[in-house]
Design a protein. Structure first.
Length: 256
């Protein structure tokens, strides 16, 4: 048994000079597999090429990030879907998708439309979804609630106990990352009370590095730091947390 980093963007330019070292460090830290969510049509080639170099270690997802949903979103999504069709067996999820109202509230309508379309796509392909939500829990819940059969994870979860209960009561998962280690992150008052069978771990590298690396580039090798934080909050051994979160990830992504 080893850790799974269920959400990492190590195909981005931040890793261009040392991605091999980053992957080796992850493996040395017992992070055996890494799941790579897509951002938009511009990131597909780099993501796919990296996954092809590391089969059985890196696994891609297909999706259009809500911050990349612009007026041409249908064209962008069509391109992503064409790449998916050509490599269907490689993909483990549709993501990352969702709603983000932090940067631009004016695109809410098309973000909702893109989310609907991608959830329907996931259902057609029998794949889980990986959801990005920022300052838009109510809006995202309103869309997701229309698809009770969909499986997925709310990645980088930083919400309330009530929001966590909404997610887990629908059979979905919470992606827990570096924010759980932040002194003022607020997760110490939430995580002790969540359904542990619905928790998976992630880095969201290169973003949101955990303490003591906060403010620096994040990387998959830091997954055990997040695991140790959960172990402390749950009063569990870190190896138990590894087994639990890895098993949870395998159930969600139907992938061993």
């Amino acid at each position: 048994m080893s850790w799974i980093d269920t959400h990492t963007h190590i195909y981005l330019p931040e890793f261009a000079d040392d991605v091999e070292t980053v992957i080796r460090h992850a493996q040395d830290a017992e992070v055996g597999k890494m799941y790579l969510p897509n951002v938009d049509q511009s990131t597909l080639d780099d993501m796919m090429q990296l996954c092809e170099r590391y089969p059985n270690t890196l696994y891609p997802m297909a999706g259009l990030h809500p911050c990349s949903v612009k007026s041409d979103w249908q064209e962008a999504l069509s391109h992503i879907q064409s790449v998916y069709e050509a490599n269907k067996a490689s993909f483990i999820a549709i993501g990352e998708i969702g709603i983000d109202l932090y940067w631009d509230k004016s695109t809410l309508a098309i973000q909702e439309a893109a989310l609907h379309q991608q959830i329907q796509w996931a259902l057609t392909e029998n794949l889980p979804i990986v959801i990005h939500v920022r300052e838009a829990f109510d809006e995202t819940f309103a869309v997701v609630d229309q698809y009770r059969e969909v499986q997925g994870v709310f990645h980088c979860f930083t919400g309330s106990i009530e929001q966590a209960e909404w997610i887990t009561s629908r059979g979905m998962y919470l992606g827990i990352g570096g924010v759980s280690t932040f002194k003022n992150g607020g997760m110490d008052s939430v995580l002790p009370y969540v359904d542990k069978s619905r928790v998976i771990v992630e880095t969201d590298a290169p973003y949101l590095a955990p303490v003591p690396h906060r403010g620096k580039r994040n990387e998959p090798a830091y997954i055990p730091i997040i695991g140790q934080r959960l172990a402390s909050l749950w009063n569990m051994d870190i190896n138990e947390v590894m087994t639990l979160t890895t098993t949870n990830a395998q159930k969600l992504f139907r992938h061993g």
